[in-house]
Design a protein around this ligand. Structure first.
Ligand SMILES: *Cc1c(COP(=O)(O)O)cnc(C)c1O
Length: 523
């Protein structure tokens, strides 16, 4: 724990550093004759309002900003459900190779055999890992993969004259993207419960199926679930849903727990999505562009997004002749350089080590679970998979300390907090996913910090209520930025760069805990 009470210096905006006349780049002397644009097209010049600053100061400004950013490369990042594993640098080296990075998406397929090899190679490895017969790499994020699966399911039902099926069943532990994807595809959602053991409540499912059978289009099941538990009744669940004519989708965002051990395609699922940015070490992006590859069984194959990348004799072709296809879900073949990164990762580790990776992810989560169970008991008394969900309920009841306060205090100890308050059914929960890339020493120091914070919450709860005190900002109002987006820079109340309509702040309204000069000056 370093310098907890000492706040970092407040960073200035680059505009604050601007001094008239300073310049950070050398523009070569113009060798072509100047043209008077104003004479031909009218006056085109407006003030750009760019900061005027020297090159070294620009460099320092951005390097310093990067130092106050927290990422997987600066510290432990146990954000449950997100699989914040290290993305090996070799992935970046291959993705930057000019033969891949400089391809043009309109290039004829015959001129890019290497790229086609990569696409086909990733598809074939994912077929083997998931147990599905087809893979498409087009979807650009996990949620996009979910939506694509539901579109395939819809096309399938429609092709059989059952397009009127309008309900999707989703357990109450699901990630928010599941109901969002269902709604996006025009489905209504029916929620089902979770039993005391943390498994899908089969009685509840049976009731829903009895009541709505002919209307059920699909069930979306996450395995391992967001409780970090392996769902033991998958085969039964698939049987029940298939019994009423529904399809079963697997949310495979948690595949990092299972690679090389078991395959959703063998469990009875009809389709699934994968998050290459979670399981296969490509960078996380805010909802894309990444890759949310999907796998599916043969009966859904006719509806695949086109083009379908497949083998034809010794060639690899992009097949557009797909009369029943749902069409494209992204431009071209998806986010190609993500596929290069995933290919590199898969080939670098190979079959044996890919399953070791999953086993280590599970081992690390169970290690954390065992080390902290006396202070933060797990929500369910059984071994977890790649992440562990624990509850801080007793601290709330006894000392008024919430899971959120524990998370904020972790920041003062130098750690990124775990996921808070998800899944929704566990009170005061923290969802910890260490991933396989963390050493025992890192896990130990994180567990020590949690144990120490739990002690603090008994003897000095205010330390937690006030945390974090080591950062540039304290506690932010987490919804204000959404309600009152403000992306303008102002000087002395004047709007200099206009990013949207002016809005009024009520008295006392603003960003709680934010340093004063980021609170808009017209408030
Ligand atoms: C991350 C995640 C998703 C969504 O993936 P995105 O790539 O963020 O869209 C869906 N389900 C679960 C369980 C997840 O953890």
């Amino acid at each position: 724990m370093k310098d907890i009470q000492k706040r970092m210096p407040e960073p200035e905006l680059i505009f604050d550093k601007s001094r008239p006349g300073r310049i950070g780049c050398n523009v070569p002397v113009c060798e072509t004759p100047e043209v008077d644009l104003a004479a031909t097209v009218g006056e085109t010049r407006t003030e750009l309002h760019l900061p005027e600053i020297g090159e070294l100061d620009v460099m320092r400004h951005f390097v310093n900003l990067s130092h106050i950013n927290y990422g997987i490369e600066t510290g432990f990042y146990p954000l449950g459900s997100c699989t914040m594993k290290y993305n090996p640098r070799v992935n970046e080296m291959t993705a930057a190779m000019p033969g891949f990075a400089k391809l043009h998406p309109m290039q004829p397929v015959e001129t890019i055999p290497g790229a086609m090899d990569i696409l086909m190679g990733v598809q074939e490895m994912l077929v083997e890992i998931t147990g599905f017969s087809e893979i498409t790499l087009q979807p650009l994020a996990g949620a996009h993969g979910e939506m694509t699966c539901l579109m395939l399911i819809k096309a399938y039902h429609t092709s059989r004259g059952e397009g009127e099926r309008n309900l999707v069943v989703i357990p109450n532990t699901a990630h928010g993207t599941n109901p969002a994807s269902a709604a996006r595809c025009g489905y209504d959602v029916v929620s089902i419960g979770t039993n005391e053991d943390g498994n899908t409540d089969l009685d509840d499912l049976q009731k829903v199926l009895d009541k709505h059978g002919p209307q059920i289009a699909a069930l979306m099941l996450t395995n391992p679930s967001t409780l970090g538990l392996f769902e033991p009744n998958i085969e039964r669940i698939c049987e029940l849903v298939h019994g009423v004519g529904g399809q079963v989708f697997c949310d495979g965002a948690n595949m990092n727990a299972m690679v090389g051990t078991t395959r959703p395609g063998d469990h009875g699922f009809d389709c699934m999505h994968l998050n290459l940015h979670k399981t296969f070490s490509t960078p996380h992006g805010g909802g894309g562009p990444g890759c949310g590859a999907i796998g599916l069984k043969h009966h859904l194959e006719p509806f695949l997004p086109k083009p379908v990348i497949r083998r034809s004799g010794t060639a690899i072709v992009a097949d557009y002749d797909r009369p029943q296809s749902i069409g494209r879900v992204s431009a071209f073949y998806g986010q190609f350089l993500m596929e290069v990164r995933a290919y590199t990762y898969l080939r670098a580790f190979g079959k044996q080590y890919m399953s070791d990776i999953s086993r280590h992810a599970v081992l690390n989560a169970n290690y954390v679970r065992a080390r902290i169970k006396d202070v933060l008991p797990p929500a369910h008394e059984r071994p977890c998979m790649h992440e562990v969900v624990v509850t801080a309920e007793k601290y709330k009841k006894q000392h008024g300390v919430r899971a959120l306060d524990i998370s904020k205090r972790l920041i003062d100890y130098g750690f990124h907090p775990p996921t808070n308050y998800f899944p929704l059914i566990v009170p005061e929960c923290l969802m910890i996913e260490p991933t396989e890339t963390e050493s025992k020493e890192t896990l130990d120091s994180f567990c020590d910090a949690l144990i120490s914070i739990c002690r603090e919450s008994e003897v000095a709860p205010d330390l937690l209520h006030e945390a974090p005190t080591s950062q540039i900002v304290g506690r932010l109002d987490e919804t204000m930025a959404v309600k009152n987006l403000d992306v303008r820079w102002r000087t002395g109340g004047d709007v200099v760069i206009d990013g949207g309509p002016k809005r009024e702040f009520a008295k006392g309204e603003g960003l709680e805990g934010v340093r004063s000069d980021t609170v808009p000056r017209d408030s």
